[in-house]
Design a protein around this ligand. Structure first.
Ligand SMILES: [Zn+2]
Length: 400
């Protein structure tokens, strides 16, 4: 058994002063103030003194084969699949070191997520717990480099079934709307689309419904890459569980999502991180993103104000969950609520709240020790002192 002590323990729900976490095997046994928790005899005690212990962070939207933290990452995605596999392994180790112990991967090239989840679970490469999607489902000529083309209700249904039964997908990813520059064939203009509220929907209502019905029939969730417009309405009406990005949501979209309890995954790195835009290496798209930042800021602010349930995702900016949290605080969210979004709320969004996301008895002992107090100053989240996954401390000196 193991007892971790620290000046503060944030459980994912509340802050405990002078806290202690008791761990047995992979699981948390007890959490509370040290005045109330009895440390069992023979238990190894580690006192992290002035530090803060928080649950392992959850990146609710990422891709292992997208490496937005490196320069020219769009070109790098065309690398040989074995190079992508190795880069994916490196990416997930980098995420783990940064305190991310669970990641929801929303579509990968060549089912690389399937191999990396297996390799990680077998202890071959260190990584967070992976929730995988297999092939992202998009239409022919539709948006989504992390997806593959499927057309018509039958193909979508079959793709969802193959993902779930062959690839072992934890959820299904569909790509519903596109973006300028990546969708040249349709002479698409984000500007006009936003002005006229005409965001092209690239899957039919029936195809979206087929994905949802197939996934839900076996208890899996559906995540939709969806910016706004009619596609977002179709998604909400069809029962899509999580809207990804949602950058062009209008008031009516937000009202509908709230009414239907639809989750939103904010991907703040993708739209606000300047380094990512530099790394992208495609000036036209970069200008497009910068141009619409005010609009995105507005949409996200309204969604947060409306009380939409949400979590955060780096969208392939590996090692940068800290940026998601820091940026969220800039949106006026308190550090404690930001931490909740990346832990307790994210576990609910990912449907793994019975296993991770909070430090409570019977959940996995996934923890990050922070050299500072991120509940007061969110930038301290970067000062990672130790990462525990299933009660085992990560060796940060492993050369990988
Ligand atoms: Zn994505």
């Amino acid at each position: 058994m193991l007892a971790l002590k620290a000046k503060k323990v944030f459980t994912g729900l509340e802050v405990i002063e002078d806290g202690v976490v008791i761990v047995e095997d992979e699981k948390v046994v007890e959490v509370g103030p040290s005045s109330k928790v009895t440390i069992p005899e023979g238990c190894e005690v580690i006192d992290y003194k002035e530090s803060t212990i928080i649950p392992g962070l959850i990146d609710a939207h990422t891709h292992l084969t997208l490496s937005a933290q490196i320069s020219n990452y769009a070109a790098a995605m065309k690398d040989d699949k074995y190079v992508l596999l190795l880069r994916g392994a490196r990416n997930m180790y980098c995420d783990l070191l940064s305190g991310v112990t669970t990641m929801r991967c929303l579509g990968e090239i060549d089912n690389i997520d399937v191999a990396l989840k297996d390799a990680s679970e077998k202890g071959i490469v260190p990584g967070p717990r992976l929730l995988i999607s297999g092939k992202g489902i998009r239409s022919s000529y539709g948006h989504g480099i992390m997806g593959a083309p499927f057309d018509g209700v039958d193909e979508v249904r079959k793709a969802a079934r193959i993902n779930i039964h062959d690839a072992g997908a934890d959820q299904i990813k569909i790509f519903v709307t596109g973006s300028k520059g990546e969708f040249k064939n349709y002479k698409f203009s984000v500007e006009k689309a936003v002005e006229r509220n005409e965001m092209h929907c690239l899957l039919t209502k029936e195809e979206i419904q087929a994905a949802v019905d197939t996934a839900h029939s076996v208890g899996k969730r559906v995540a939709a890459h969806c910016y706004g417009g009619v596609g977002l309405r179709y998604c909400v009406e069809a029962g899509v569980d999580t809207i990804e990005h949602g950058i062009y949501m209008d008031d009516e979209d937000i009202r509908l999502m709230k009414e239907n309890n639809t989750w939103l995954t904010l991907t703040l790195n993708a739209y606000f991180n300047d380094q990512r835009l530099i790394n992208r290496g495609t000036p036209e798209l970069t200008r497009g993103f910068v141009k619409y930042r005010d609009y995105i800021h507005d949409a996200y602010t309204k969604a947060l104000k409306a009380g939409i349930r949400y979590a955060l995702g780096t969208d392939g900016q590996h090692g940068e969950m800290a940026y998601e949290l820091e940026k969220l605080v800039e949106f006026g969210v308190s550090p404690v609520d930001a931490l909740k979004a990346a832990t307790a709320s994210a576990s609910e969004l990912c449907a793994v709240e019975d296993k991770v996301g909070t430090l409570e008895s019977d959940k996995f002992a996934d923890m990050v020790v922070i050299d500072g107090d991120p509940t007061l100053d969110i930038s301290h989240i970067r000062k990672v002192k130790a990462v525990y996954k299933g009660g085992v401390k990560l060796n940060p000196n492993m050369e990988w």
